[in-house]
Design a protein around this ligand. Structure first.
Ligand SMILES: [Zn+2]
Length: 351
C-alpha cells in the first residue's frame, strides 16, 4: 500500500515538472485530488488492513494529500509569475529610447490651436471637459430643446449609427455621431456641481456638403458658465479677451443677433479676417466681406436648464462655441480649413 502511495507521489512530481500553463495544473489537481481522486482509489483497500497498518497508511495518505496541495499552490504562484514576466517583456515600453527627431513629427495645426485655446481659458478659470463622439439622441438634441420635429434638426443633420444597433433601442436613446459638443454641457449640468465654468473642445460630425469652410467632421470648442449674476456682458468680455490673446490685440469682434433653438438671446460673432486684413475682395476665407464667422454665443434657454434640474430663477448662465479649425486657418494664414483634413504633408510640415 505504501508503495502505491510512493508511486503516486513520484507520478505527481514528474507530471508537475512538465507543466507549462495554469490550465494544465488545474487538470492535474482535479484528477489527483477531486474528480477521480486517485488517492481515494488507494484508500479503498484500507479496510483489508489491520488497525496499525490502517493508521500508518492513513497518516501517509494525508501527508501525501497535503504535499500535493502545497506543491500545486507553489506551482500556481510560479506559473503566474512566469505569465506576468512574459507579459511585461512583450508589452514593455522603453522610455529611454530617443524620441523621433523633430523632422519626423509635427503637431497638427488644429492640435496647436486647441492647446493654445485651452491654456487661455484655463488662465481665466475654466475647466476642460470631455465626452464621447458617439452620443445618444436625447443628449444631442432633445435635452437641448431640439425635438424630433424641430426644423433645426435639418441644420444639424448627422450620421446615425447603423440600423442593426439602433433598431432595438428606445426613441431618444438611439446612437449617433455628435453634431456638436453641447451634449457634454448637458452631461456636466446633470452632475449638478455648481458653479459650472467649463470648456469642451472636441471633434464633431455633420452631414455636410464640403467647401472651403465646411467639412463633414471638424473641431469646435464650446463653453458654459452657470452661476448667479452672470450677464451677456461677461460673455462679451470673455470672448473678446480670448480672441485678442489668441490672434492679437488688433482683432475686432462683431456680434450679430441670431436664433438657436436652445438659446435666448443668441448671437453669431464674426472676427475681422486676418488673412486679407479686410482688403481682398477675392479672399476665399471671408468671401471678400472682411469678416469671418468664427463663434456663436447665447444665454442658455431656461428650458434647457430646467431639463437638467437647474433652477433658472436662481441661476444665470451663458454659453458659446468656437470653430477651432477656422481659428487655426486664421492664425496660420491657411485659406481653406478643409486642407487640415486632407493629410497634406506640405502643409503640416510647416508646424
Ligand atoms: Zn478675408
Amino acid at each position: 500500500m505504501q508503495n502505491k502511495l510512493k508511486e503516486l507521489k513520484q507520478k505527481f512530481i514528474s507530471n508537475l515538472k512538465t507543466l507549462k500553463v495554469e490550465e494544465e495544473l488545474e487538470v492535474l489537481e482535479n484528477n489527483l485530488l477531486w474528480k477521480k481522486w486517485e488517492l481515494n482509489n488507494i484508500l479503498k483497500w484500507i479496510k483489508d488492513l489491520n488497525v496499525d497498518e490502517k493508521k500508518t497508511v492513513w497518516v501517509e495518505a494525508n501527508k501525501l494529500k497535503n504535499f500535493i496541495q502545497e506543491e500545486i499552490s507553489k506551482k500556481k504562484v510560479e506559473l503566474e509569475e512566469l505569465k506576468y514576466n512574459e507579459m511585461d517583456e512583450r508589452e514593455a515600453i522603453d522610455v529611454t529610447i530617443n524620441f523621433p527627431s523633430k523632422e519626423l513629427w509635427h503637431k497638427h495645426p488644429i492640435s496647436i490651436t486647441t492647446s493654445l485655446m485651452e491654456e487661455i481659458f484655463i488662465s481665466l478659470g475654466f475647466k476642460v471637459e470631455d465626452g464621447p463622439h458617439i452620443e445618444i439622441e436625447d443628449y444631442n438634441f432633445e435635452k437641448l430643446n431640439i425635438p424630433d420635429d424641430h426644423p433645426a434638426r435639418d441644420v444639424w443633420d448627422t450620421f446615425w449609427i447603423s440600423d442593426d444597433i439602433n433598431k432595438n433601442r428606445k426613441i431618444w436613446d438611439k446612437y449617433l455621431l455628435r453634431t456638436h459638443t453641447s451634449p457634454v454641457q448637458v452631461r456636466t449640468m446633470l452632475k449638478w456641481e455648481l458653479p459650472i465654468k467649463i470648456i469642451v473642445p472636441g471633434r464633431v460630425f455633420r452631414y455636410e456638403q464640403e467647401d472651403s469652410r465646411h467639412t463633414c467632421n471638424f473641431y469646435q470648442l464650446e463653453g458654459l458658465v452657470v452661476w448667479k449674476w452672470v450677464t451677456f456682458g461677461d460673455l462679451k468680455w470673455t470672448l473678446d479677451t480670448v480672441m485678442k490673446k489668441l490672434l492679437g490685440e488688433w482683432v475686432e469682434l462683431r456680434f450679430r443677433p441670431s436664433i438657436f433653438p436652445f438659446t435666448e438671446p443668441s448671437a453669431e460673432i464674426d472676427i475681422s479676417c486676418q488673412i486679407c486684413k479686410q482688403s481682398d475682395p477675392n479672399c476665399r476665407m471671408c468671401s471678400g466681406t472682411g469678416w469671418v464667422e468664427l463663434l456663436w454665443a447665447w444665454m442658455v434657454h431656461p428650458k434647457v436648464l430646467t431639463d437638467c434640474w437647474i433652477d433658472p430663477e436662481v441661476y444665470s448662465w451663458f454659453a458659446f462655441g468656437i470653430w477651432i479649425d477656422r481659428i487655426a486657418a486664421q492664425k496660420f494664414w491657411v485659406n481653406s480649413s478643409r486642407m487640415f483634413y486632407q493629410s497634406k504633408l506640405k502643409l503640416n510640415e510647416q508646424f
